[in-house]
Design a protein around this ligand. Sequence first.
Ligand code: ASP
Length: 329
Amino acid sequence: MKSRRKFIRNSLAGGALLGTAIHLEACSTSDQAETTEEKPSELPVVVSTWNNVKANEVAWGVLDSGGSALDAVEAGVKVPEADVNDRSVGYGGRPDRDGNVTLDACIMDHGSNCGSVAFLQHIKHPISVARKVMEDTPHVMLVGNGAFQFALENGFEKEDLLTDKSREEWEKWLQTSEYKPVINIEMHDTIGMLAIDQAGKLSGACTTSGAAYKMQGRVGDSPIIGAGLFVDGDIGAATATGLGEAVIKVAGSHLVVEMMRQGLHPVEACKAAVERVINKEPDHKNLQVGFLALNKHGEYGGYAIQKGYSYAVYERNGPHTDDSEFALK
Ligand code: ASP
């Protein structure tokens, strides 16, 4: 349970740091010293938003056999993308208000390479298309029909992603057509996954079908590098879930990583970003935003506005799910 044990140690250093705004070097030096000692037994680690236990298992399999964090996060998030019962990611995801399932995803590695797709339709694994954008194009982001055509050219198949269940729910929703994102809907399965491999390299992936019954063309935070996901191999990685508009406004995941750069433990860094969202959003009592972070030492943690956000962890001593701390008590 690195999140707790080390949080206590680091919060002492972090507290001093917050109070004086100095001693950054001293703090990171002592942290590095203790981490060097623990590193061999404590890596790899994978964490993901919500109850994505199966996704973590798959990612762990890659990490445990010596695979890269990048391969691990891609393989991991493909699990909910393909799961018909997961209603906020990929196949089976809830559609926009016109009945289209539109998907957003991004991926980023230790060396700040990144790829992203948004408003992509008919492709079951947007994360793999995002990785192709990263590896095979000079661009970071492709959207809409351009992303779709790129996927087809690269061997992805066109599929109908709207399931009967999602269609029935959408038709029921049309009777009122009231757009009001529900806090923690079905425990939410939109997945942001962060991993550090045996070589100490970080990567992250984030994939979603976005807010149910959104306007056609709406893109949230999840495919936006710096909002839904950010990785800095020198520092750590962060991802976000919840109301994407609120996350974009504060460049949430980038903010979390920058807070870690200043010496904060991942829990404290996520908390600082949540506090920023709260300060900027007058309606914050009626919305949920949650962050999850993993630093380069394998320490992790999350923080949310509201109760009900959790994250899944897989580390050397096994898998577990943690309830996140939250701001509004
Ligand atoms: N952040 C996603 C979006 O706004 C949705 C979610 O995480 O629940 O599209």
